[in-house]
Design a protein around this ligand. Sequence first.
Ligand SMILES: C[S@@+](CC[C@H](N)C(=O)[O-])C[C@H]1O[C@@H](n2cnc3c(N)ncnc32)[C@H](O)[C@@H]1O
Length: 219
Amino acid sequence: MRKAYMPVGPGFGHLLYSLARSVKAKTVVEFGTSFGISTIFLASAIRDNGEGKVITTEFDPDKAERAKRNLTAAGLDEWVEFRVGDALKTLSNPPREIDIIFLDGAKELYLDVLKLLEPHLRPLGIIASDNTDHDGMEAFLDYVRNPGNGYTSSAILTAGGHRPRGHEITIRNRLREPEKPRETSSWYHTNDRPHDSSDCIGDVRFTSAHGCNKRTCPD
Ligand SMILES: C[S@@+](CC[C@H](N)C(=O)[O-])C[C@H]1O[C@@H](n2cnc3c(N)ncnc32)[C@H](O)[C@@H]1O
């Protein structure tokens, strides 16, 4: 089983390609390379987008070697960076900004890998997760389906083999818009200490980063 092929089906592979094309992905991080079938779909999209990389990680060095050969044979190796080892280590220095995260390694690690990567996932970035209809995915699904965590997430099915296969597509919401300043006649520090209007220059508004709350300066 350890050396078996467990790739994405063609339906989900084509969806991964389309998602990466539609958001013009430049940086995709894949958890679970295996022999590189899903990596081929993703790297094809990066090539067709014109620039970028799939950073893919695989625990098993033999599988990673086979994946490298498969990507080379497909003429796509220049679009892929292989990281061999445990994803929790190999992805501990993620790229600065990620467009798509693809989760397809050990199911019990989806949430840990996501938490490692999510600070780098751009607003409106995508998390595509395979096999989320399997047992043991509840904690991961609860997390991405909780709007309080900043995502919009839905289950989907694609055709594959004897039965439809389950996946989760998750979109990172836009970052919150900064609060609008409220009109008021005086300034206060964030600790509510009265603030001297001489600290205001014209109608320049100080932000909380300057030690004030977001109120308009007096004339
Ligand atoms: C379902 S297969 C991936 C299939 C591949 N995405 C495809 O569609 O061709 C899952 C792979 O994740 C790898 N894996 C499991 N746990 C891992 C970990 N902690 N770090 C890196 N790879 C891991 C396994 O060795 C296995 O090859």
